[in-house]
Ligand binder design. Structure first.
Ligand code: NAP
Length: 204
């Protein structure tokens, strides 16, 4: 298999929205990526607040969303590993026994996430190990002031994603208010949220 440039789009995706999809397209275009694997996190280790939707629902919404671009795929690696999600494990699992059979030696890997999430990168588990496995890509919302990210020189590329002026918080708030989310998430994701009653006032 020819070597590929593979992006790993890490996030809680609670829920996935059009901003995430546009950001992944912008990064894939600008860094010439062959694939972008979306990896919903099981338990974001650093959060006090747990996700509003279960891991299986967040995976299913991500699976429904990624069909829009043939470069996109979704992986369950973070959901199948018990305990909190650490990016060092995400990358090691994807690059080792790869269930999607997408990898070969010689591939170049890129870990993509929100630039805000990368602000604390040097406190993550084994940050230097992560940098041996992947180049970091931080996506930024237009007009959003960037926090200073202290990272080894050349280890991270920032990409402004014009479509990232949407947040998962905004989607959850709109659902709670009973407002329309058709302009924020793909149609099948909006349908899934409605059918499962996710994020509504009475949802657990
Ligand atoms: P977060 O702190 O919930 O998100 C911070 C900001 O980044 C939010 O504005 C969020 O917007 C945005 N964001 C998150 N993922 C994004 C993505 N893929 N593309 C564009 N924007 C994104 O971050 P998180 O979701 O918990 O974590 C992000 C990734 O970093 C996950 O893969 C997580 O496992 C990893 N991480 C690893 C460690 C570690 O290894 N110790 C520590 C922290 C995070 P939305 O809410 O709209 O997405």
């Amino acid at each position: 298999m020819t070597a590929q440039r593979i992006g790993v789009m890490g996030g809680t995706f609670d829920p996935i929205h059009l901003g995430h999809l546009r950001a992944a397209s912008a990064v894939a275009d600008s860094l010439d990526l062959d694939r972008v694997i979306f990896v919903p996190a099981r338990e974001p280790w650093h959060r006090g607040e747990q996700p509003g939707a279960s891991a299986d629902d967040r995976f299913e919404m991500t699976r429904l969303a990624v069909v829009i671009d043939p470069r996109f795929a979704v992986s369950r690696v973070d959901l199948e590993r018990p305990g909190p999600t650490f990016t060092i494990d995400t990358l090691a699992d994807l690059q080792g026994a790869n269930p999607l059979d997408l990898a070969s030696s010689g591939d170049e890997w890129f870990f993509i996430t929100g630039a805000d999430a990368l602000a604390g990168f040097m406190t993550w588990r084994d940050p230097l190990g992560i940098l041996e496995l992947a180049h970091l890509v931080g996506v930024t919302r237009p007009g959003h002031a960037l926090q200073a990210i202290e990272l080894p020189t050349g280890s991270c590329t920032l990409v402004e994603a014009p479509g990232l002026d949407i947040s998962s918080t905004q989607v959850r708030e709109r659902v709670r208010e009973g407002a329309d989310i058709a302009d924020l998430v793909p149609g099948p994701v909006a349908d899934y949220i409605a059918e499962r009653g996710l994020y509504s006032k009475g949802a657990s």
